[in-house]
Structures are given as structure tokens and as C-alpha cells.
Design a protein around this ligand. Structure first.
Ligand SMILES: [Zn+2]
Length: 447
């Protein structure tokens, strides 16, 4: 079983950090970079050194403190950017300069105001400059998916001849369809001279919700590096989500037989740390890292889960670092789940008693949607006062309950989540460009 190894290029600290509300200071970036190292990403794009002093400092400190991963810094295709990127990166054990230049006619005409010929020459020259400083060079033809294919091939061939080692193909505006993006990668492999000497990379935005699907289509057609971000953060609708790409390859290895070096148990902790630092909460139903990703509320689902998690679970919460699967008590919950939660709270009931608890529980759940342990305890207490004696048992440690997976409360609960400051209005943050808003801004923020 010789599975191709996919390089995971994490751009949470660059593309992700550029997204509204996700700015991080140097200390926060360093802390997250250390977590990305534990997660096992191969490349950390630490920032865009010329964009601000803060970005420069962040790239420099990450380059100095992390020795295992490759540390990349972004640069436009011009000398000052490349020099600045190199200044920030040169302390890294494994530095990479990532140069980008738009190649689509739309961008050439309206943004850069240069001809295709000038674009070709600028790309070639930039790579020569970068190569004179650093051996590991990546090039991104920005807006590649809307670039004339013959011209794209010409640019890619020219930068390979100039010494590039990785070619990244950005779907900058999230416009591609999976089949189309896969075809583009295949075409490059068929038409570009020297392409076999470089690594092809994907960079897919999620404007139509296809970032992950496009990345996987790229891999199936020969890409061996995927650019992605934790929680899928990034410009506009974000980037391909790292956790979704990695877990798709793990859970569906029959269809996507590729290896990554990711320690999947670090996915959830990474997601939580990012949300905590940026104060941007994770969408509750977000695949893999959302708080509902492993929650089961419907009665029939809960009953199945308690009998055997395989009934409704394609991967275990533990495999992605979630402490446990949570059975949410709501109006769709069944008796079985309710009885279990009561037992965990130290109350074991006979069938008829449980009927009464359940009847009151349903009335309550209808009113408050999500029944917390405190509500349940109150309800049980009221019942005891009125008519019946709940037989009290000492609270049972979760591990002693003989079901495949016990429902838990507290750890990872919504309350705990809120207590960490999530679910409230995010604090306003200043982006890394501070107050400046120039015509160059969208040019700076490219790829
Ligand atoms: Zn991007």
C-alpha cells in the first residue's frame, strides 16, 4: 500500500488572517503556529511580510522558533516584497518564498494594467530574484482558474525554467467546479514542459461551497500539495477547510488513497484555539469541528448511538480530538437517552417513574429547546416533592456506564463554550493594514 503523500500547506495565518475579524497579533500568531506544528502541517504560511510591521515580525518569530515545518512568506512579484519576505524568513531552518502575480485578463487589464507579455516577464524576473535568495520557491498565478489556459501554461513553464519548486493554482474567486478544476490540473501536467520537476498545489476558495471538493479533484489529477486553513477561514467565504480535506482522505481512503502527516486528534484543539484567539465562533454545524458535528438529538438516532455508534457515526469524535460524543437533550430525544442522563446525574428510575419524568421533560423541552442538566435536576427535584421518590444513587463516573458511549455534559458544552467568550458579539479588530486603505489593498490581499 504505497499511498501518495500530500503536503498540507496551512495558510490560516496568512489568507485566514486576512478575513474580517480574524486578525491576530504577533503573540497570538506564534501560539497558533505552535499548535499547527503539533497538528503536523508540512508548511506554515506565516504571513505577508511587506504588508505590515506586525506581519513581518510574526513571520520572523515563527521562522525563528519552529524548526520542523517549512515556513513560507508571501510576496508580490517585485523586488521590495521579495527582499522583505527574505529578511523575515532567513532565520528559518526551512524557508520558502511564495511569489504571486495575477495572470487572468481581468486582473491584468483592470488591476495591474499590464499586458500578458509584461506579466510573463515580471513573473520570470521575480522568480530569478527570489531564487537568488532561497532554494525553495513557490509561485501562484493569481486567478488561475479564470486565466486563458494557453497563457497559464506559458507562465507556468517560464517560472519552472526560472527555478520554481512548487506551482500553486489558485481558484482565487471560488468559481471553479470540481471537474473543471481537476481538468485544469491535468492539462498543466500534460502540456507544460518540466512540470514533473515541481509540486503542483491547490488553493481553492469556498464561494460556492466547493473549496474542499475542488481541492480533492486537484489531488485526484496529480496535485500533491493542498493549501487550506483551520475552520476554513479565509477571504470572503473562506478557503478549503484543513480538517475536512484531511478527514475525507482518512475516512474515505477507499476513494482518496492519500496520506498526510496530520495528527487528527489535534484537529479539534486547533479549531478551538483559533476560535478562542480570533473570537470568531465555529459555525455549529461545521463538518468535523462544529459543536454539533458529533451531537445526536433525534430520538431514533440517540437510541441507535447508544446501541452502537456505527449506526450514525462515520468517524469517532476521539479521532479528531473531541472529548466525547454529546447527546443533546431536546424535544426530539427519546426515553433511553433521558434515562441515561438521569443515571449520570445520580437518579435511576423505574419504568413508571421514568414515564412521568419523560412527560414533564417533553413539556419543558418544548418550551426551552435545549434541556441542561440543571433543568433536569430541578425537574426531578420537583417531582420528588410532589409525588414520588427518585431512588438516589451516588453520581456515577461516566466511564462506568456500560453503553458504547456515554452522554456527557460540561466538557465541551455550549455553556463551557460561551464561558470562554464565544457566542457573544466578536470584539472589533483592526486588520493588519491598520487604518490604511489604498488602491493597492486588493492587490496586496491577493491569491
Ligand atoms: Zn486565497
Amino acid at each position: 500500500m504505497d499511498r501518495p503523500r500530500i503536503t498540507i500547506f496551512d495558510t490560516t495565518l496568512r489568507d485566514g488572517e486576512q478575513s474580517p475579524g480574524c486578525s491576530m497579533n504577533v503573540r497570538e500568531k506564534l501560539r497558533l503556529a505552535q499548535q499547527l506544528d503539533r497538528l503536523g502541517v508540512d508548511v506554515i504560511e506565516a504571513g505577508f511580510p511587506i504588508a505590515s510591521d506586525g506581519d513581518f515580525e510574526a513571520v520572523q518569530s515563527i521562522a525563528a522558533s519552529l524548526r520542523r515545518p517549512i515556513i513560507a512568506g508571501l510576496a508580490r512579484a517585485c523586488r521590495p516584497d521579495i527582499d522583505r519576505a527574505w529578511q523575515a524568513l532567513k532565520g528559518a531552518r526551512r524557508p520558502r518564498i511564495h511569489v504571486f502575480l495575477a495572470t487572468s485578463d481581468i486582473h491584468l487589464k483592470y488591476k495591474l494594467r499590464i499586458t500578458r507579455e509584461r506579466c510573463l516577464e515580471q513573473a520570470r524576473e521575480a522568480i530569478r530574484n527570489a531564487k537568488s535568495l532561497c532554494s525553495d520557491i513557490q509561485f501562484s498565478p493569481e486567478d488561475a482558474t479564470r486565466t486563458d489556459v494557453a497563457f497559464l501554461c506559458q507562465v507556468v513553464e517560464a517560472v519552472i525554467a526560472a527555478g520554481v519548486t512548487t506551482i500553486n493554482i489558485p481558484d482565487t474567486v471560488g468559481y471553479s467546479m470540481p471537474e473543471e478544476y481537476g481538468d485544469l490540473i491535468r492539462t498543466l501536467r500534460e502540456k507544460v514542459r518540466g512540470i514533473e520537476k515541481v509540486t503542483i498545489s491547490t488553493h481553492c476558495h469556498n464561494d460556492l461551497g466547493l473549496g474542499v471538493a475542488n481541492s480533492l479533484a486537484g489531488v485526484q489529477n496529480g496535485a500533491r500539495q493542498v493549501e487550506c486553513t483551520v475552520n476554513g477561514i479565509g477571504e470572503r467565504a473562506g478557503n478549503a477547510s484543513l480538517e475536512e480535506v484531511v478527514m475525507t482522505m482518512r475516512v474515505r481512503a477507499d476513494r482518496y488513497p492519500y496520506e498526510t502527516a496530520i495528527t487528527s486528534e489535534q484537529l479539534h484543539p486547533s479549531s478551538q484555539m483559533l476560535a478562542e484567539i480570533t473570537r470568531v465562533p465555529v459555525q455549529p454545524n461545521k463538518a468535523i469541528t462544529g459543536r454539533n458535528a458529533f451531537a445526536h438529538e433525534a430520538g431514533i438516532h440517540q437510541d441507535g448511538m447508544l446501541k452502537n455508534p456505527l449506526t450514525y457515526e462515520i468517524m469517532t469524535p476521539q479521532s479528531v480530538g473531541v472529548p466525547d460524543s454529546r447527546l443533546v437533550l431536546g424535544k426530539h430525544s427519546g426515553r433511553h437517552a433521558l434515562a441515561l442522563r438521569c443515571e449520570q446525574l445520580g437518579h435511576k428510575f423505574e419504568r413508571r417513574e421514568l414515564d412521568e419524568v419523560y412527560r414533564r421533560f417533553v413539556v419543558l423541552a418544548d418550551r426551552i429547546k435545549r434541556v441542561q442538566d440543571s433543568h433536569l435536576l430541578e425537574l426531578i427535584h420537583d417531582l420528588g416533592d410532589v409525588s414520588m421518590q427518585g431512588k438516589k444513587f451516588p453520581p456515577m463516573p461516566i466511564a462506568e456506564i456500560s453503553v458504547p458511549r456515554a452522554a456527557t455534559a460540561g466538557v465541551g458544552s455550549y455553556e463551557a463554550y460561551q464561558a470562554q467568550g464565544h457566542g457573544t458579539t466578536p470584539a472589533p479588530r483592526v486588520n493588519s493594514f491598520g487604518e490604511h486603505h489604498t488602491d493597492q489593498e486588493d492587490y496586496l490581499w491577493g491569491v
